[in-house]
Design a protein around this ligand. Structure first.
Ligand code: HEC
Ligand code: HEC
Length: 254
């Protein structure tokens, strides 16, 4: 029973495999000169996922993100298009602090009852089987980690690799390829004092307004390009370079 691979996972894997065989030589991104797909494949996930969370990630990114959003903020494309009422923000409030077991207990029960006041669950359950749904629930605390910040480190990692590693380095040590041409060295997040002091708001402000008006540095003002939520995702991700300042990742037992 437990070893059965959920149908949605198989579907997603098949789609990925087909996509890859048709893909042409990847082209370097014009903005950074870095090959995003290569960089994404090489860089480690900010923390280890359990096997159930890893399969839940595939289910989430196949079946749930269109409404719940890439970072779980309830702002997926179906919501933005006005086709679905906005679901609750998984990165904020009690849901962001809920454990894997708690989420599974709460929402499996709901699924069992198929509450007519909650038709969404019945619809989702007509598409994914209960094991796949359960795996997606197990993934939610990983997606919204760290619970103390209104951002998702997993979502932030993607923008970091595309937009920040060119200067700050894939491992956050301030040694990306672009660092060589700068007078002022990019911050080393492994030792960064703002993060060490858990001054997350200052890190947010710095990313949003950049160095131009503040320090006169090469650090761009990302607030022009990113929504506040994306900036919190980036704060969440760079904080994982100093794991000691964050609560433990949501592995088994949490
Ligand atoms: C078609 C859009 C849509 C899809 C797809 C979708 N959801 Fe939802 N979800 C919603 C909406 C809207 C709500 C809030 C209203 C409701 O509860 O019916 C919700 C609520 C929830 C809740 C309850 C949160 C709370 O506020 O109590 C959970 C948990 C959840 N969804 C998980 C999932 C998972 C896991 C998937 C993928 C397997 C998924 N959803 C797919 C739209 C969607
Ligand atoms: C063009 C190079 C460049 C890029 C790209 C870049 N940065 Fe920076 N960043 C810098 C430099 C240089 C500094 C140090 C000087 C300063 O603080 O202004 C810095 C400083 C910072 C700081 C402040 C740390 C502290 O202790 O004050 C944060 C936070 C930061 N960057 C986050 C990011 C994030 C997140 C991204 C991607 C969205 C990013 N940076 C992209 C060059 C860059």
């Amino acid at each position: 029973m437990h070893s059965r691979v959920p149908a949605a996972v198989l579907l997603a894997l098949t789609l990925t495999a087909c996509g890859e065989s048709e893909t042409q030589e990847p082209q370097p991104s014009q903005e950074t000169g870095v090959l995003p797909t290569e960089a994404l494949a090489e860089a480690p996930v900010p923390f280890q996922l359990t096997a159930e969370q890893a399969s839940g990630k595939v289910v989430y990114e196949t079946m749930c993100w269109s409404c719940h959003g890439f970072a779980g903020r309830g702002d997926g494309p179906a919501v933005r298009a006005g086709a679905v009422a906005p679901p609750r923000d998984f990165t904020a409030g009690a849901l962001s602090r809920a454990s894997v077991r708690q989420l599974q207990a709460d929402f499996q029960a709901e699924v069992g009852a198929l509450d007519p006041g909650h038709p969404h669950m019945a619809n989702v359950l007509s598409i994914v089987d209960i094991e796949a749904f359960s795996a997606a629930l197990a993934y939610l605390p990983a997606l919204t980690y760290p619970p103390e910040l209104p951002g998702s480190a997993i979502a932030g990692r993607r923008n970091y690799l595309l937009r920040c590693q060119s200067c700050h380095g894939a491992a956050g040590q301030g040694d990306g390829p672009g660092a060589e041409v700068l007078d002022l060295a990019p911050a080393n997040f492994v030792q960064d004092t703002l993060l060490a002091a858990r001054n997350f708001q200052a890190a947010f402000d710095k990313i949003q307004s950049g160095g131009g008006g503040v320090h006169g540095s090469a650090m761009p003002a990302w607030g022009v390009m990113f929504e506040d939520g994306d900036v919190w995702d980036l704060v969440a991700y760079i904080s994982t370079f100093q794991p000691g300042i964050l609560s433990a990742p949501p592995l088994d037992g949490r």
